[in-house]
Design a protein. Structure first.
Length: 363
């Protein structure tokens, strides 16, 4: 494992850290630097902005409300949030469709960050990233951007389209049915129930506690990569706003899959997958806030990946709970784009693939 981590660093990631669990045994490691200017080393226990891994926490919170009878999975979202999703859309889109990304509501991010221009390499720029660094977004403002854009698909289409707008709506649903801010509910009833000590929603643009700087290359548009570790995370909130550690993520997924966050029957509902087109154009097997990964010879794994500006995370747990991996990197979008906007291969890709396989399947 140590050599695989070092290979990721040598391939171009400034810092990478991980925790792997195998039937009670725990391995933690790190390679590289947390700060390219000072050479401060990266450490296994550092905190990380974990991006869309947050979606599993939000989904678990919503499913707790389903268990209590306050939310119906197949109830139209307009029943709960008529002011946010009015009219025909509110009647057609169900809570389940938000959870598994089959709502057809497009992602708001291209509209909140207009300089990205759909990642068109001829016209995109990082200007919006800097403009929004300290901007405080309201969830309703971002939801409106997504709802005002052309639909990505019909509600309930056989193949979903991944969209952060769905999970901001689910945050508003939690607030509506619990009477408290969604972040507070998730903290009390998911994070604390799982016994996590280093996980939470940031209360400002800075990460509290030991953490790495987070470098964004934006597909070669930012050279050298720029540090975005100080950033107001209201642009993703209940969709991708959490800070955590690799140890906490492994503990969370172990307890979720063991039926200690939601009931086993509820977990089975979360594990009913549909094909979903991800933001990078690939198709993933997606349940209700959970991503399924089948690895030949190693088994079926559940978890989620996540990226924000400068930080990437992947956490996967085998279905039997006996093998777990959580990995963090402090550089994102390292691939350059070709003239059609497709990411080109980079040595980091292969090094990470080798690391993941070794961590999940053993040597």
């Amino acid at each position: 494992m140590s050599s695989a981590l070092q290979d990721v660093h040598r391939a171009g990631i400034p810092g990478v850290f991980a925790e792997v669990r195998d039937e009670g045994r725990v391995w933690r490691g790190a390679s590289g630097v947390a700060d390219v200017d000072t050479g401060r080393p990266v450490r296994p226990g550092m905190r990380q902005r974990v991006g869309s891994v947050t979606k599993t926490f939000t989904a678990a919170a919503v499913m707790q409300q389903v268990e209590r009878g306050r939310v119906g999975l197949d109830t139209p979202i307009g029943t709960y949030l008529p002011h946010l999703v009015p009219g025909e859309r509110g009647r057609k889109i169900t809570v389940r469709m938000l959870l598994n990304h089959t709502s057809g509501i497009p992602d708001y991010i291209p509209y909140a960050f207009p300089s990205l221009k759909g990642w068109d390499p001829a016209h995109a720029s990082p200007e919006s990233l800097d403009d929004n660094r300290f901007r405080r977004f309201r969830p309703a403002e971002l939801i409106e951007l997504g709802l005002s854009a052309p639909p990505a698909a019909e509600p309930g289409a056989p193949t979903g389209v991944y969209s952060n707008t769905n999970y901001l709506l689910l945050g508003q649903l939690l607030e509506e049915v619990t009477g408290m801010p969604a972040e507070r509910y998730i903290t009390r009833h998911v994070i604390q129930r799982a016994g996590l000590r280093h996980t939470g929603f940031p209360d400002g643009p800075r990460v509290r506690g030991p953490h790495s700087r987070m470098y964004e290359a934006l597909y070669g548009l930012i050279d050298p990569p720029r540090d975005y570790s100080v950033y107001d995370m209201s642009w993703v909130s209940t969709g991708a706003g959490l800070v955590s550690t690799m140890e906490d993520l492994n503990r969370f997924y172990a307890r979720l899959l063991d039926g200690r966050i939601v009931r086993h029957a509820t977990l089975a509902e979360m594990q009913r997958t549909v094909p979903v087109r991800a933001l990078d154009g690939t198709t993933i097997d997606y349940g209700l806030g959970l991503h399924r990964e089948d690895i030949p010879g190693c088994g079926t794994f559940w978890g989620h990946d996540g990226t924000v500006w400068g930080a990437g995370t992947l956490s996967l747990t085998r279905a039997d709970g006996r093998r777990q991996m959580s990995v963090a990197v402090n550089l994102m979008r390292w691939n350059e784009l070709d003239s059609s906007g497709r990411p080109q291969p980079h040595p980091i890709d292969g090094a990470l693939e080798t690391l993941y396989h070794r961590a999940l399947c053993g040597s």
